[in-house]
Design a protein around this ligand. Structure first.
Ligand code: FE2
Length: 368
């Protein structure tokens, strides 16, 4: 990453006026840029080391070598550099196909300066996380090798996640949820309670069985993206600074990317991406509001927040159950979807949740 220098964006675009618009926008944001007219030129620049971009804007339709052909080649050479596809209006499907092939995001041409800036900033944060993660993985690998010398270790690499996902069943999903909870030590049992409550809300809303299935997976794995967040930030005692907050806020995007590698999880991936969105549009990572928020995510959001408020975290004590319910009433139509809140109370899920919570506390006490 160009830390001392300005950040650099490689623009791969054949259309001269569009090159001009993009390069001027990037200049306005005070980033550096380089231009390639097609995929072949971009590859030459990257392979020769003439440019080392922090993000790439890649047009899809170009002569010589198109964006979709060059994308996998770029991903092989510089995997930690996020690639943002440029798609024509009305060609959303190609943009989505590119994301499946490993693109970080896509922009529909022409995009506003604000939209380009927002997308680039997200891409830079993502790049930073990928590099921190790679550094952690290097360290972890070193530790692992040392450990192996002494004992036959059953140390599990986080890289196994993808393999496990492909052979996914509920049991492996639980194992993955435990991996997240092991990383984030304040959240024991949280993922399972969120699954339990989301599923009950979904059933009370008469969702179809397949939707309930995706809802349960998404709820159980909603924080799977935390696997990509450095431990030093995740378990930091005391308040986070702005930069660290931004990095933590990437976890829905990373989680959705992990799940989207498996076709079966397409719906769950969309729900994971939106689980921190708010009804009033003040959530993250996309800041979408109301009905534009994934409908399964609206359910998970309520279950997740409720359980988080009812348990203590490093930065605050647990609220009393009455306080939690009051907060949910208060945030109806602000943070939470009104119909989800209504169903939650109408189906007496407040009482059911409290009963489950108390049961867990009792069980914990009984354990020697
Ligand atoms: Fe989360």
């Amino acid at each position: 990453m160009n830390t001392d220098q300005k950040r650099m964006v490689l623009v791969v675009e054949d259309n001269a006026p569009m090159q001009k618009v993009l390069s001027l926008s990037i200049q306005k944001m005070d980033y550096d840029y380089a231009i390639a007219k097609n995929g072949r030129e971009a590859l030459d620049l990257i392979e020769s080391g003439d440019v080392s971009p922090d993000a790439i804007l890649l047009d899809i339709r170009m002569p010589v070598m198109s964006g979709l052909v060059v994308l996998p080649k770029i991903r092989t050479i510089i995997p930690s550099v996020p690639v943002i596809m440029l798609t024509a209006f009305g060609d959303l499907e190609t943009g989505l196909a590119a994301m499946k092939a490993g693109a970080f995001d896509y922009l529909v041409k022409p995009s506003s300066l604000e939209k380009i800036r927002e997308t680039l900033e997200k891409a830079f944060s993502y790049r930073e996380i990928m590099e921190m993660k790679a550094e952690e993985e290097r360290k972890r690998e070193q530790q692992r090798l040392e450990l192996e010398k002494r004992v036959e270790s059953s140390y599990q690499e986080l890289g196994d996640v993808y393999g496990k996902l492909k052979k996914m069943n509920l049991q492996t999903a639980y194992a993955l949820a435990e991996t997240i909870e092991a990383k984030d030590r304040y959240t024991q049992g949280h993922c399972e309670r969120v699954r339990w409550l989301s599923s009950r809300i979904g059933k009370a809303m008469s969702l179809a069985d397949e939707e309930i299935e995706q809802l349960e997976y998404a709820a159980l794995l909603h924080d799977i993206g935390k696997i990509g967040i450095p431990d030093s930030i995740l378990n930091k005692e005391g308040p986070l600074n702005e930069r660290e907050r931004q990095i933590i806020r990437m976890h829905p995007i990373i989680g959705a990317q992990i799940l989207s590698t498996v076709e079966f999880f397409e719906k769950a991936a969309a729900a994971v991406r939106h689980h921190h969105e708010r009804w009033d549009g003040k959530g993250y990572p996309d800041g979408v509001e109301g009905e534009r928020i994934d409908h399964l995510a609206r359910i998970i959001s309520l279950a997740d927040t409720l359980d988080a408020m009812a348990t203590s975290r490093p930065y605050r004590r647990a609220l009393s159950f009455d306080e939690v319910l009051q907060e949910i009433h208060l945030m109806r139509g602000i943070q939470f979807a009104p119909d989800v809140v209504d169903v939650f109370f109408a189906a007496d899920l407040d009482k059911a949740y409290l009963e489950k919570f108390r049961e867990e506390v009792r069980k914990k006490k009984d354990k020697p």
